[in-house]
Design a protein around this ligand. Structure first.
Ligand code: SF4
Ligand code: SF4
Length: 699
């Protein structure tokens, strides 16, 4: 058996050296860019949360199991990697023991003859084989050749994926051959439990050579697989747990990431701040966390399949956004890592200096500006890739360094700068809606008025846009009826800065946020209720980054609580079939799914019907990510796509809980009405409007 041990160990040394060299290369490449100390600091400070994330996401495969068939298949294949490590301990033990004693009858100390382990090894190997069959069927059924753009694998490296499936298949059949041959020769450590290997041993002839060859094949295929893995998308086997460990908690949604230069949060007052280094302009500006994202992408396309931009024929695919950066990073890797490129040719320098975004850049501007920041990609990504963070950092560079962004958005920026709202209306108009009510609404002068509990953050749309004003008045009235004391800022309120931040104009966001935080802190505000999910998200999740910490609720959360407490009682029946549209910044970004639905379920007569894409798979209205302020020139309009879906439920009313969704869906519904594709009575309302209609007796 000595020759077997020699061949086995030589193969191992060669493969491990090749894999180690590649690992070193990947590490060096990932660390060429700026640091990301906040990721390490967070992981260190939240060990409990990180352990939970590893258990739930990596070992529990929570996200993947949402995709039932492929999730279950992946669960078994992944666990096969862990459990079959024991088989490899046995295989190496056998070749070494065979070389020393002439008999390869090694077993793992203490547990190595236990029938339960033998069973587990055979079971997971069989489950892995079935998983491979499932993967093959899924790949054939979802082939880009037949489904084109509709396939989630469109754009992925298909050959590499089939090669990996083939290699895992080879590992499994050689596993059974080696175990069966060992059983036939009396070298198998288990006398029970191994329900495949033991019968196989009965069927195979006694042959030392067969056992030796099978062992070498089994080890050999694993080693080739190891080398393939570190050179392919299957690198995620090693990097995904790290990516999960260092991802922004809880799920890289809610707050946008802070703008950092060299790992430090940008202070716009800092005189030493280099304005050319804001955001990401070249691949070399990517932090190691960005590279971990590149290395972790499995090319599964789940993100792409959910993306509203991709689904309406725009050029943005969140998967390709990651893969294109990764491919470029690998193309320039030697030069990025070189100490000096002094003698490099023009072509090399051009490649190195290639802009991340541009007509001739790595990412086309149409890709960058198509994103609505809806979070569908981040929500689905099984390895916690942070697409929105990539997009925002690239937008920041485009906007603040290159001054390059869709010209229509420039009007919004100017209005925010000059008037504190995206429409450029006078701040004095912010309190006009109050005059349309038949009760007093308290205005904050300097301080919150005595006895008030909540500051009602009305938001720019809620104060200035006619359709959204209806929600504002409904919420004010409901709070009044329930006896909740509240006040509003009126002209002292300015835009939270969300559209500026999502556009990439961090400086303007900072300015507006600081102004608002100063107002709120001086007024002594503790609790805020907001009707706009974008305001809600910014106040609750982003203002703490700048020192503004408040207890913030969305109006659907507060109203649902008031209904539960009996302070609001819906009595008037609304005999309508209603379908609810989840606003992305309320649902996916902040996980508020149940309260709007709870409110509707309490209104007598309401019949609700979910759209196919709802809750965490809800489909965007097209307004987020500052898209509300840009033209939608490519593909089908996202709001039309959403309304088409709503119409399949044949609703009397479409409900939502966001002023921007109201506008987007309302516009698409009006268009449908004009074309005769929707009934004249169809309208879009906020759930607060439904509630007030039912709480107030018909007059
Ligand atoms: S955030 Fe939404 S629009 Fe942007 S890439 Fe992800 S899925 Fe697409
Ligand atoms: S980014 Fe995530 S969801 Fe998208 S293809 Fe890669 S691994 Fe899959």
């Amino acid at each position: 058996m000595l020759w077997v041990a020699i061949i086995g160990l030589v193969m191992t040394v060669v493969a491990v050296a090749m894999a180690g060299r590649r690992a070193l290369f990947l590490f060096r490449l990932a660390t060429v860019g700026p640091p990301a100390p906040e990721r390490i600091a967070y992981a260190k400070a939240n060990v409990g949360a990180e352990v939970k994330a590893q258990l739930v996401e990596v070992f529990g495969q929570k996200k993947l199991l949402k995709w039932t068939a492929s999730g279950v298949a992946h669960f078994f294949v992944m666990w096969a990697f862990f459990i079959l490590l024991t088989v490899y301990i046995e295989a190496y033990g056998a070749i070494i023991q065979g070389a020393i004693t002439g008999r390869p009858n090694f077993h793992i100390p203490l547990i190595g003859t236990w029938g339960v382990l033998g069973f587990l090894q055979d079971f997971i190997a069989v489950a892995c084989l079935l998983g491979l069959v499932a993967f093959a069927v899924i790949r054939v059924k979802n082939s880009p050749k037949t489904l084109g753009r509709g396939s989630r694998f469109s754009g992925s490296h298909l050959g590499g994926a089939w090669l990996v499936l083939f290699m895992i298949f080879n590992i499994i059949w050689t596993l059974f051959l080696a175990r069966g041959a060992a059983a036939a020769n009396g070298n198998f450590p288990y006398s029970s439990g191994a329900f495949v290997s033991l019968p196989l041993g009965d069927a195979l002839p006694q042959s030392a050579l067969l056992e030796e060859i099978a062992l070498l094949l089994h080890i050999g295929f694993m080693l080739v697989f190891l080398v393939i893995v570190v050179n392919s998308k299957h690198l995620h086997i090693f990097t995904a747990p790290l990516n999960v460990l260092f991802s922004r908690r809880p799920d890289a949604m809610g707050a946008a990431p802070e703008l950092r230069v060299d790992g430090k949060t940008v202070d716009f007052e800092d005189e030493d701040l280099d304005p050319e280094r804001l955001g990401r302009g070249k691949i070399g500006d990517t932090t190691w966390k960005g590279f971990l994202d590149f290395y972790s992408c499995t090319e599964c396309g789940r993100c792409q399949s959910q993306c509203p931009a991709w689904n309406t024929d725009k050029p943005l695919s969140p998967k390709m956004l990651i893969l294109d950066q990764r491919d470029h990073a690998f193309a320039v890797a030697p030069y990025l890592m070189a100490a000096s490129n002094e003698h490099a040719g023009q072509d090399v320098l051009a490649l190195l200096e290639k802009p991340l975004v541009g007509e001739d850049g790595v990412i086309h501007p149409d890709v960058l500006w198509s994103c609505t920041n809806c979070g569908a990609c981040v929500e689905q990504c099984p390895v916690d890739i942070e697409h929105i963070d990539h997009i925002l950092d690239m937008r920041r560079y485009q906007v603040m360094v290159e001054s390059s962004f869709p010209s229509e958005a420039g009007v919004m920026v100017k209005n925010l700068e000059n008037k504190g709202n995206p429409w450029g209306m006078s701040e004095m108009k912010r309190a006009d809606w109050i005059e349309e009510l038949d009760f007093e609404v308290e205005l904050v002068e300097d301080k919150m008025p005595e006895g008030t509990e909540y500051l009602f953050w009305v938001g720019c749309a809620g104060a200035l846009e006619d359709r959204a004003k209806k929600t504002t008045k409904a919420v004010a009235e409901l709070l009044h009826i329930a006896g909740v004391k509240f006040a509003v800022l009126g002209p002292m309120e300015a835009c939270t800065g969300d559209p500026a931040r999502r556009l990439g104009m961090e400086y303007l966001f900072n300015m507006l946020a600081q102004q608002n935080i100063e107002t709120l802190n001086e007024a002594g505000v503790k609790k805020i209720v907001a009707t706009c999910p974008h305001c809600f998200n910014t106040l609750a999740n982003e203002y703490p980054q700048l020192g503004g910490t408040y207890e913030v609720v969305h109006h659907t959360q507060l109203l649902s609580k008031l209904v539960d407490e009996g302070l609001l009682t819906p009595i008037t029946p609304i005999e309508e079939k209603i379908t609810y549209h989840d606003p992305c910044f309320l649902g996916r970004h902040n996980k508020v799914y149940s309260q709007p639905r709870d409110i509707m379920s309490k209104v007598p007569g309401v019949q609700t019907q979910e759209m196919h894409r709802h809750k965490d798979r809800g489909f965007c209205c097209g307004a987020g990510g500052a898209r509300m302020w840009m033209e939608e020139r490519i593909g089908k309009r996202i709001n039309t796509e959403r309304v088409d879906e709503a119409l399949t439920t044949n609703p009397d009313t479409v409900s939502t809980a966001c002023p921007f969704c109201m506008v987007m869906l309302g516009d698409a519904i009006n268009e449908k009405k004009n074309n005769g594709e929707a009934k004249e009575s169809l309208e879009v309302v906020d759930v607060a409007q439904l509630l007030i209609k039912s709480v107030k007796s018909p007059s």
